[in-house]
Design a protein around this ligand. Structure first.
Ligand code: SF4
Length: 152
């Protein structure tokens, strides 16, 4: 059985900023012969649940890693260091469990794959990747939006 890591909120774990889960796709992973390991980079970082909504301002996850953009809360606090810590700890878990793929929740400032919120807290989205997804990609981990599972 292949091991992968999955955004924990997609495996029924109520770790989202609002204290809720998004879905429980555990059965889907089982059918695909994957052993899914749940990871929430934002919880790993030390941020509480529930927590303030966060967005990337001035770029995407690659820009945050390169120190060209920041992650901010709705009320303007800079939480960039938390997001970088969460990304690094998630990579450590990948290595510990032997996972070479991350199935991730789109739009999140941590886990987003193809699209994220644009930093204006108005609900607008833009093309871009979250901090953890960018970090894992740079480390050679395959990062897939969970939408690819829709037809499996
Ligand atoms: S950081 Fe990722 S795993 Fe955690 S709640 Fe957000 S999308 Fe889900």
């Amino acid at each position: 059985m292949k091991v992968c890591i999955v955004s924990a909120c997609l495996l029924g774990i109520p770790c989202r900023y609002d204290g809720k889960a998004v879905a429980d796709l555990s059965e889907k992973f089982k059918r695909m012969k994957y052993l899914p390991v749940p990871v929430c980079p934002e919880q790993l970082s030390g941020l509480p649940t529930p927590r303030e909504c966060c967005e990337i301002a001035g770029g995407d996850g690659f820009d945050v890693i390169a120190n060209r953009a920041k992650v901010i809360t709705r009320t303007g606090s800079d939480v960039t260091d938390y997001f970088i810590r969460g990304a690094k700890l998630t990579y450590r878990i990948c290595k510990m469990v032997g996972a070479d793929a991350f199935f991730a929740k789109n739009f999140s400032p941590s886990c987003g794959v193809e699209r994220i919120y644009d930093g204006s807290f108005t609900g607008n989205k833009k093309k871009g990747i979250g901090v953890t997804s960018a970090y894992l990609k740079e480390k050679g981990i395959s990062v897939c939006c969970v939408d690819v599972l829709a037809e499996k």
